[in-house]
Design a protein around this ligand. Structure first.
Ligand code: SF4
Ligand code: SF4
Length: 321
């Protein structure tokens, strides 16, 4: 099946992160150790640049600032190909004004014009709120307020209003925020896919598997608004994590790899995937948050039981899920 060219998307430079947030879509943490090869990155950027309607690229991870030389190189490449882009970060590195200014100015000199800063209750145990505030102030000064975005400002304000200084564990922070405020925050913040379906599942309503009969992923696979290509070349649509519809070059040229058994099921009916997995020993749960929860739980079972499919990548994603 052919897909429309994407309008916007991110390149995952690495899954390595100094944090391992409980809401992390891609199950990033410090044990991932590969980073994108610069030639591969250039090829991906060139490909995206040649897509007619592609208007916005983000360089992301993992945490791109961990490998600052590679980040600088990546920024230079984006500048060279004149592709509109920004960088995402969790601000861990913004330890003081001097460091922050140095890094941001270097990025600007090399061609960066726009940045997205992330902060919320999920970061506060490892990234002090002061780091985010320094990064915010300096980014606005260096790039201009119209070129700085936040994920999310309400997530930050929730912590700020508690007058927290430095770090605080997630549990203590949650106690201070209160369940009602936390649920309201989750509604506007969380993408209910990936790791969060296990770590925060008690906060979601669940439905029996029958609810997802005849559900499929055609809309998500064809959705051109938010795709990711990772360092291995995996093309991942619509925030899907640990699953790829193919290598990005093949996907953009020929379409979805619909020879893959898992993708075939997902293009047709996810309930059929469940019945098939059950025939190999998968035990269905009493309830699932959504079809992505059902999908992820089956994929996890498949990987843990040594089934191998081209679509279930990168495999490390499934470790410690
Ligand atoms: S900072 Fe971002 S990439 Fe890193 S673990 Fe948290 S959500 Fe994932
Ligand atoms: S069910 Fe699976 S493949 Fe489909 S959108 Fe959700 S995570 Fe992606």
């Amino acid at each position: 099946m052919k897909i429309p060219g994407p309008y916007s998307g991110g390149i995952i430079l690495s899954y390595q992160c100094n944090l391992s947030c409980i809401h992390c879509l891609y199950n990033c943490h410090g044990k991932w150790n590969s980073w994108i090869n610069i030639e591969k990155l250039e090829k991906i950027i060139k490909t995206l640049k040649n897509i007619k309607n592609f208007t916005s690229l983000h360089l992301t991870g993992g945490e791109p600032f961990i490998n600052f030389p590679l980040l600088l190189e990546s920024v230079r490449l984006c500048k060279k190909y004149e592709i509109p882009f920004f960088v995402e970060t969790n601000c861990y590195w913004a330890k003081n004004i001097q460091i922050t200014e140095e890094k941001l100015k270097k990025l600007k000199e090399n061609g960066l014009n726009s940045i997205m800063l992330s902060y919320s209750i999920f970061y506060v145990d490892k990234v002090p709120i002061e780091n985010f505030e320094i990064a915010m102030r300096k980014s606005i000064e260096i790039f201009g307020s119209e070129n700085v975005s936040f994920y999310t400002i309400s997530g930050y304000k929730l912590i700020k209003d508690l007058n927290i200084k430095g770090n605080l564990s997630f549990e203590k922070c949650l106690n201070l925020i209160g369940e009602k405020n936390f649920i309201n925050f989750l509604k506007t913040y969380i993408v209910p896919k990936g790791k969060v379906l296990y770590t925060l599942d008690k906060w979601f309503f669940k439905f029996p598997a029958e609810k997802f009969k005849r559900a499929n992923c055609v809309y998500e696979f064809l959705n051109p608004y938010h795709i990711h290509i990772d360092l291995y070349g995996n093309y991942m649509p619509s925030f899907c994590a640990g699953i790829t519809i193919g290598n990005y070059e093949e996907v953009l040229e020929k379409g979805i790899n619909d020879e893959d058994k898992v993708l075939k099921f997902l293009l047709n009916d996810i309930y059929e995937l469940l019945l098939w997995a059950e025939s190999y020993g998968y035990k269905r749960k009493d309830g699932y948050v959504n079809k992505c929860h059902l999908c992820l739980d089956i994929r996890k079972f498949l990987i843990e039981n040594n089934f191998r499919f081209d679509s279930l990548k990168p495999e490390e994603f499934y470790k410690n899920l």
